[in-house]
Design a protein around this ligand. Structure first.
Ligand SMILES: [Zn+2]
Length: 204
């Protein structure tokens, strides 16, 4: 795989690679790829498709497109250069960018492999996800992106079967932590990213 920061490669290829490996909501990944079609292929500038058009072309609704732009702004992957005037039916103009801290995003490793569940040790596909605050767009912290990192470190909980309550790998892991007198998942804070790297076992 090419590195998103390999300046020898064209911008469009590096952008598409970053969108491909990002472990965020799949709608954000798809809309990032679709937005690139409208940007300058050499540097990601001049990107101004309307949300309505992106919605029609990707099959998502406009709310999901707005969510994707908020997430991309929060990640530092889209800088809003100017705001369109809605009564003139103009779209916002964005400059798509690959931020310097891309390697700290939740992303697949350079080999694109499965992750190893920290609970049971089985290989699984990490479930990309993200949320934004969905505040009015200029409010402080409006575009802050959050992740449920556990979905990328533990395999999905088995479906509940009647009369049997299979514990999820995260619950089992928490139990072991409690026994050892160690912090539980929700108490770990930024330490969770270390465990994310451990589950990925494939560093950039
Ligand atoms: Zn597991």
């Amino acid at each position: 795989m090419i590195r998103p920061d390999d300046e020898e490669k064209p911008f469009i290829a590096r952008w598409n690679m970053l969108a491909r490996i990002l472990l965020v909501e799949s709608s954000v990944k798809h809309i990032a790829r679709a937005a690139m079609d409208y940007a300058d292929f050499d540097d990601g500038s001049n990107c101004r498709p309307s949300n309505e058009r992106l919605a029609r072309e990707t099959g998502y609704n406009e709310r999901t497109v707005r969510f994707a732009w908020s997430a991309l702004r929060g990640l530092g992957m889209a800088e809003r250069v100017s705001r369109g005037t809605s009564y003139l039916r103009q779209a916002d103009e964005y400059w798509l960018q690959i931020p310097e801290h891309w390697a700290n995003f939740p992303i697949l490793g350079p080999h694109g492999r499965k992750f190893t569940c920290l609970g049971c040790g089985k290989l699984f596909n990490p479930v990309g996800n993200c949320s934004v605050n969905e505040l009015p767009t200029d409010a402080p912290g409006a575009d802050m992106v959050r992740y449920d990192i556990a979905k990328m470190c533990f395999c999905p909980a088995p479906r509940k079967t009647k009369g049997r309550d299979d514990a999820s790998c995260l619950a089992g892991w928490n139990q072991a932590q409690r026994k050892a007198g160690s912090p539980l998942w929700n108490q770990l804070g930024l330490e969770r990213w270390k465990l994310f790297r451990q589950a990925r076992a494939d560093d950039w």
